[in-house]
Design a protein around this ligand. Structure first.
Ligand SMILES: C[S@@+](CC[C@H](N)C(=O)[O-])C[C@H]1O[C@@H](n2cnc3c(N)ncnc32)[C@H](O)[C@@H]1O
Length: 396
């Protein structure tokens, strides 16, 4: 699966010194390889998801390029070799397109999707993954996100303790799924078995950061940000990390487990106390409103109505349906911004664009009209898209 990620564009002559510097911070993506720019004059060095957003000197001298990561051939070859040893060359060739050559890391866990056609080789897949990634404790198979809370259906398929590998009767201390992931320089507590979080959305979050900075410039003051489908809070982590960008935050979700993890995360990012259990939405500090809430009902509360400069809408299968209930949250005394994600069939993108433009209030004159941009495939027919809408201030 395509993974757009940050690369540092470094002139050939400076590659060695830069690599030494990147390695010092442990920011080189081990899963991806360095490759040449099109003109051959530079190299693109893949950065790991943990690397800070604002890189220190001398790394800050180089341009950051968002580009598809190219898999590290050594690890890749290793995985194919182990698999071939376990299932035989002919079986590898027979299902060539179906083997899970990609995966997602969560700390010391790895999540893989296993196609129905190769389910009977699940143990061999887990073993080949564990052998080619010696630092992984637990491999989980992912059968997709379920229900309103968008939680993944995860099952442990292999684990390791020291040099012993388990596939059945995995000891319970190895199947723990709560971990801390370092993303853009900040730790995020997450547990993919009970609350939605995906490391694959980092580039989306960095794009949201860019738009938020643009809005901050327009308004000339720190922003009030509303994230009503916030999960464990990764979008907020990126925004809070930027000095002077955000003042007030409303962060809420319908999932109790997500809110509990969100409190733990906010406590770390804000360096202030939050409850240790989830609670219904309430104000904790004069610039923090946090807790359990149904996003479609927030605007019924006069405390939340018309207060927010930036509203994030990250429930892609229902974004268009929920938009009318979310628009009233915007602060229409100035220009404001909605950033949303939508899952739609490729053939229906233009009608979805029309619908979005019909629902939204007037757009700021010098900004582009909201338009869905395809970010990646969701299934063979569906695409995961995102849009941003710069909403004009309401005439007095
Ligand atoms: C796709 S996840 C996104 C989570 C988070 N924004 C992120 O990027 O990791 C959607 C989230 O919306 C929450 N959710 C679903 N319906 C909701 C509703 N009506 N009100 C509030 N949250 C809702 C789910 O529990 C889930 O955490």
């Amino acid at each position: 699966m395509m993974k757009v990620m940050r690369h540092l564009l470094v002139p050939n002559k400076k590659v060695q010194d830069t690599l030494t510097e990147i390695t010092k911070y442990d920011w080189l993506s081990k899963e991806h390889r360095i490759f040449s720019s099109e003109d051959g004059k530079s190299r693109l060095i893949p950065l790991s998801i943990s690397a800070d957003i604002n890189l220190p000197n001398p790394l800050s001298d180089f341009e950051i390029i968002f580009s598809e990561g190219k898999p590290n051939q050594v690890i890749d070859t290793d995985w194919w070799n182990h698999l071939e040893e376990l299932v035989g060359k002919n079986t590898v060739i027979e299902h060539q397109e179906s083997w899970p050559s990609s995966h997602e890391f969560f700390g010391d866990m790895m999540i893989v999707r296993i196609d129905d056609s190769i389910k009977k080789y699940t143990t061999e897949i887990a073993r080949a993954k564990l052998l080619s990634h010696p630092f992984i404790r637990l491999v989980l198979s992912d059968s997709g996100v379920m229900g309103e809370l968008r939680i993944r259906d995860l099952k442990p398929i292999g684990a390791r303790k020291n040099s012993k590998i388990y596939f059945e009767n995995i000891p319970s201390e190895l199947t723990r799924t709560k971990v801390s992931v370092k993303e853009s320089g900040k730790y995020i507590s997450c547990d993919p078995k009970i609350a939605y979080y995906s490391t694959k959305l980092q580039s989306e979050r960095l794009e949201t950061l860019r738009f938020a900075k643009e809005l901050r410039k327009e308004l000339n003051r720190p922003l009030a940000v509303c994230d009503p489908f916030c999960g464990v809070g990764p979008a907020l982590s990126t925004l809070i990390g930027e000095e002077g960008l955000v003042d007030k935050i409303l962060a809420s979700d319908l999932n109790e487990e997500a809110v509990k993890l969100l409190f733990e995360n906010l406590q770390r990012w804000d360096k202030r106390e939050y409850p240790s259990e989830s609670t219904r939405i309430q104000e904790y500090y004069d610039n923090r409103i946090v807790g359990l809430a149904d996003a479609t009902k927030l605007s019924d509360n006069p405390e939340y109505f018309g207060k927010w400069d930036l509203v994030l809408v990250n429930l892609p299968h229902r974004t268009i349906e929920f938009l009318p209930r979310l628009i009233p949250l915007l602060n229409r005394r100035n220009i404001s911004l909605i950033r949303g994600r939508v899952i739609v069939a490729e053939s229906e993108i233009s009608s979805a664009n029309e619908k979005i433009n019909q629902i939204l209030p007037p757009i700021v004159a010098n900004k582009p009209k909201p338009e869905l941009k395809i970010k990646r495939d969701y299934s063979s027919a569906l695409r995961l898209c995102s849009f941003e809408a710069w909403i004009d201030k309401e005439a007095a």
